[in-house]
Design a protein around this ligand. Structure first.
Ligand SMILES: [Zn+2]
Length: 195
């Protein structure tokens, strides 16, 4: 694994979606997914692996990961998609999606160093300019403890929010399964009586 785990990015995005109350289900999903969206440029790993031993290997992962999706222009595209997808509180959803996206870039800069020591710089103005290519000398490795701490804290917060607010990321796939999950949580840990 050469980037901060998509699970971590997703959970961070989910936190962002839940900062203000009253963001709808559809909008929460858009904001959380915006936090993973930069890594769409890593899908080139599939043709790269498939063609590795062919006469004309496609090095799409090596060439494009952290380039195509990790910049301000893709951020604008993702924010625009979120604006289009949102049905309520559109501007808030768009703003939170942009924050979620940028936290992804920040997490990558802070904690995305690969096992080979490569820093996976974030070329913020690519492909227009090479200025503002972000790296941080203190960057920790992907399997370093801060990544586990961030993932663990976000996961714990996700469980807490599910218990407290009555929904979790499972709702993106199936609201019914999510209701069952929340029900099980609340059966195990009853909500305090209102009042
Ligand atoms: Zn990334």
């Amino acid at each position: 694994m050469r980037a901060v785990s998509p699970v971590t990015h997703f959970l961070v995005g989910w936190m962002v979606a839940n900062v203000p109350r009253g963001v709808g289900r559809r909008e929460r999903a858009a904001i959380a997914i915006a936090g993973v969206a930069p890594d769409l440029d890593g899908l080139g790993v599939i043709p790269e692996v498939l063609t590795r031993h062919s006469a004309h290997p496609l090095n799409w992962f090596s060439e494009y990961h952290h380039v195509l999706g990790h910049n301000v222009f893709f951020a604008i595209i993702v924010a625009a998609v979120c604006f289009a997808v949102a049905r309520q509180r559109r501007w808030l959803t768009t703003l939170l999606a942009a924050i979620s996206f940028h936290l992804h870039l920040l997490c990558d800069v802070l904690g995305g160093r690969g096992p080979d020591g490569y820093q996976w710089p974030v070329p913020y103005l690519a492909p227009l300019s090479e200025r503002w290519t972000w790296t941080w000398s203190g960057q920790w490795a992907l399997n370093a403890w801060p990544n586990f701490v961030v993932t663990g804290v976000c996961l714990a917060a996700t469980f807490y929010l599910a218990w407290r607010r009555g929904y979790s990321p499972i709702e993106i796939v199936s609201p019914r399964a999510d209701a069952a999950f929340v029900g099980a949580l609340r059966q195990r840990f009853p909500l305090p009586a209102a009042g």
